[in-house]
Design a protein around this ligand. Structure first.
Ligand SMILES: [Zn+2]
Length: 328
């Protein structure tokens, strides 16, 4: 990947990195923060290549010198990487890297190291890295990649420049999920759920999201057409499926996306969360108004806030379902 391709996907992050290269003044350490699937690693490798390239005159590495070629083939002796071994990055791994930098016959003074999933460093690995950051020898560039800045030692964060990568657009994220084996319908929903970790922690995330979707679709249909059924479905299907608060928040998110899809369908907008429910969405969109859907969305947002404030979830859902029915 080159800078122009990256610029299209991550303009803010790339401008920061190019700014550093242009001024020929990079910090000793960067932290690239962003969710799984954003091109943090591609950006880190490109930055490392630009840093090591001896022929570079602009922000772009030449692509042809021996430094560039070895970075591209993954065999540059001055570009080292660390990944978690098992669940964590251990102190020994950081020490090993430092030794390699110190003793190995290095060709130039420049060295780059990438630390994948830096939030998985144990505290002692973090402290060992910290010493390294405090006394950088020669021209050393550290790039730490992480999905969660808050799990890094504050002392490390304060010695690095943090570059934030924007989250993937929903449709791009859905494509990635499909590559991981999710169906179109599952991926479209999952891509929109902020708390994907809770879904992925289920025994069978794919089956869980399908069941969640079935419950949401059934409930919205009853709100519209069979209000006398609503409380029964709440008891028998909704409450057993969305059990703890995190799952209940996801349930409300899914409900929110349903009504947003109804609105999108009325407005003929694309990018649906329920792409395989188009017929029902059309049918519901025909029988409602924008104003009504707006009120429904507002009711769900209120419920989300109340749930966060620990209101009893059954009472909260009963009240919400009444509000959703108003006007049908
Ligand atoms: Zn080069």
């Amino acid at each position: 990947m080159n800078w122009n391709e990256l610029l299209k996907r991550q303009p803010a992050a790339v401008r920061v990195l190019q700014g550093g290269l242009q001024k020929e003044r990079l910090p000793h350490a960067y932290i690239f923060e962003g969710e799984a699937g954003v091109p943090k690693e591609a950006a880190a490798r490109l930055l490392g290549q630009a840093f090591l390239c001896e022929e570079r005159t602009t922000v772009h590495p030449c692509g042809e010198c021996s430094d560039c070629r070895r970075v591209l083939s993954g065999s540059h002796p001055d570009l080292l990487t660390i990944e978690p071994e098992g669940a964590s990055i251990k102190k020994g791994q950081v020490e090993m890297l430092q030794k390699e930098f110190t003793y190995k016959g290095m060709e130039s003074a420049k060295k780059v190291y990438l630390i994948h999933e830096a939030h998985r460093m144990t505290a002692s690995a973090g402290n060992s890295l910290l010493k390294f950051l405090e006394e950088p020898e020669g021209e050393t560039l550290a790039i730490l990649l992480t999905e969660n800045l808050h799990f890094l030692l504050d002392t490390i964060v304060s010695r690095a420049q943090v570059v934030t990568f924007a989250p993937l657009p929903e449709d791009e994220r859905a494509e990635e999920l499909k590559e991981q084996g999710y169906t179109n319908g599952q991926a479209a929903l999952l891509a929109r759920i902020a708390d994907r970790a809770t879904v992925e922690a289920q025994e069978e995330p794919g089956a869980w999201i399908v069941q969640a979707k079935t419950v949401v679709v059934q409930l919205t249909e009853e709100v519209q057409k069979r209000p006398q059924q609503v409380l029964l479905t709440l008891q028998e299907k909704w409450l057993p499926h969305f059990q703890d608060r995190k799952e209940q928040q996801i349930g409300l998110d899914l409900l929110l996306y349903w009504y947003r899809d109804v609105l999108y369908t009325k407005l003929k907008r694309l990018s649906l969360a329920y792409p395989d429910e188009v017929e029902r969405l059309h049918e519901e969109a025909l029988h409602t108004s924008e104003e009504k859907v707006s009120r429904q969305l507002e009711a769900i947002l209120d419920a989300k806030r109340q749930l966060a404030a620990n209101v009893n979830s059954q009472l909260l859902m009963e009240r919400l379902l009444l509000r959703l029915q108003e006007g049908f």
